[in-house]
Design a protein around this ligand. Sequence first.
Ligand SMILES: Nc1ncnc2c1ncn2[C@@H]1O[C@H](COP(=O)(O)OP(=O)(O)O)[C@@H](O)[C@H]1O
Ligand SMILES: [Mg+2]
Length: 185
Amino acid sequence: MKELSLHILDLVQNSIKAGATEIKIKVIEDLVADQMKILIVDDGKGISDEFLEEVLDPFTTTRTTRKVGLGLPLFQAAAEQCSGGLNISSKEGEGTKVKATFQHSHIDRAPLGDIEETIATIIQGNPNLEIYYRHVINDEEFLFATSDFRKRLEEVPLDEPEVLSFIKEYLSENIEKLKQQNYKD
Ligand SMILES: Nc1ncnc2c1ncn2[C@@H]1O[C@H](COP(=O)(O)OP(=O)(O)O)[C@@H](O)[C@H]1O
Ligand SMILES: [Mg+2]
């Protein structure tokens, strides 16, 4: 995949399928340690220890018997290609946490891409889901929460086109500001 935000979209779909009502997405860029971390934390039904092994190994269950897809193995491969890795912790009935790390400056690291579009797409398909997006670059951070918008909008649903475009603009402006403050060329 060309953009990490598309992996995020794919993993959020897993969380939604697992019945999550709250999903936290974190992008943590540490330019000093030259590291980028992406976390997706949900309160869905979780994964059993037994199944977790299967989920991360694309080869044990290839053949026609493989019932699960490649979303997680592909994200893992993307991280490993960039001197990083992927870690999943999950508890049945509580939720799942997926964490990927990348060497920030690695030549093969895909850009984050259009994260505002990804978040808008998630909201559009799941207007009642609580989404938290936290983006940290070095010591600065930006936090977005659907719950804040929900409170301010009162009865207006988040998937109204005007609301979605407002959210997208709000996200892109704030993420841009965060980058400008912290990326020194
Ligand atoms: N956040 C999650 N919560 C619960 N189960 C999950 C989660 N993420 C992945 N899974 C389980 O792992 C399987 C593999 O996920 P993935 O690699 O994305 O492939 P796919 O979604 O196409 O099956 C899913 O089918 C699901 O059973
Ligand atoms: Mg998937």
